[in-house]
Design a protein around this ligand. Structure first.
Ligand SMILES: *Cc1c(COP(=O)(O)O)cnc(C)c1O
Length: 220
C-alpha cells in the first residue's frame, strides 16, 4: 500500500479509538517505527507530514537520518530499542526522545552524556510488565527507585513505556502501565504497536509505536 494512504488509515483508526475513549486525537502521538526500512520508504511519510519516527538501533539511525533531516529538520527521532551505556552519547546527539531507560547504569550514562553533549532529551522508563527480562525494561518492583535515581540525576522522565508479551491479550498490561504511570505522577504512556494500538489508546496511551501497519512487514 502507498505510504500516505497507510498513514491516513492509521490516523482514522487513532481517531476512532479516541472517540470511543472520549479522548482527543491530539493527545496521541503517532511514532512511525521505521527500523529496517530504507530512507526511500521513510521519505513518503515525511512528505505526508508525519514527523515522529522510531528506530531501535543507534547505528542504523546514524546511517539513515542525518540526510533525511537535512530535508526535514523538524523530524523527531525516538529510540525505541534497548540502549547500551557505551552508545548513550551517540544516542543523545541523534535522538529527541529515549523510550528505553530501564536500569541504574543507563541513568548514570545518560546523565554523563547530557553533560558532555550539552543537550537534554526526554525519556520514558521502560517497564517489564510481562516479567520477560530478555526484552529489557525495569522490574515493576524496581520502578520507584529508578525514577528517584533519574530525578536526582536531573534526567527528564516524561512517562513509562512497555512492550507486552506477544500472543496474549495486551489490555491487562496496558492497564498496569497506566496505573504505574498514575501512581508515579507521570503523564506519558508509550504503549501500543501495529497489532494493538487501539486497545492501548483506550487504556491511556499518549505515544503509539506503529511499524508494520505503516511500512508493511519487515523482511526476516
Ligand atoms: C518494532 C517495534 C515496534 C513496532 O512494531 P510493529 O508491530 O511493526 O508496529 C514498536 N515498539 C518497539 C519497541 C519495537 O521494537
Amino acid at each position: 500500500m502507498n505510504a500516505a494512504l497507510a498513514l491516513d488509515e492509521i490516523h482514522d483508526r487513532i481517531a476512532r479509538a479516541c472517540a470511543i475513549a472520549r479522548r482527543e486525537p491530539c493527545e496521541v502521538t503517532l511514532v512511525a517505527v521505521s527500523k529496517t526500512h530504507a530512507a526511500e520508504a521513510i521519505e513518503p511519510l515525511l512528505a505526508a507530514r508525519q514527523r515522529h519516527f522510531g528506530e531501535n538501533r543507534v547505528q542504523e539511525a546514524q546511517a539513515k537520518w542525518p540526510a533525511l533531516r537535512e530535508r526535514y529538520p523538524d523530524a523527531k527521532l525516538h529510540l525505541v530499542g534497548q540502549l547500551q551505556s557505551n552508545k548513550a552519547e551517540d544516542a543523545v546527539r541523534l535522538f529527541d526522545c529515549i523510550h528505553s531507560l530501564d536500569r541504574p547504569s543507563l541513568v548514570t550514562a545518560l546523565a554523563k552524556a547530557f553533560d558532555k553533549v550539552g543537550r537534554q532529551i526526554e525519556t520514558f522508563v521502560q517497564v517489564d510488565v510481562g516479567e520477560e527480562p530478555q526484552k529489557g525494561g525495569c522490574a515493576v518492583k524496581d520502578l520507584p527507585a529508578l525514577l528517584a535515581q533519574a530525578r536526582d540525576a536531573a534526567i527528564p522522565v516524561v512517562g513509562l513505556m512497555c512492550v507486552p508479551p506477544a500472543d496474549i491479550e495486551p489490555a491487562p498490561f496496558f492497564a498496569l502501565l497506566d496505573k504505574l504511570a498514575r501512581d508515579n505522577g507521570l503523564d506519558g504512556r508509550s504503549m501500543g504497536m501495529s497489532g494493538d494500538f487501539e486497545t492501548a489508546i483506550m487504556l491511556g496511551a499518549t505515544h503509539v509505536r506503529v511499524g508494520s501497519a505503516l511500512f508493511g512487514e519487515r523482511g526476516s
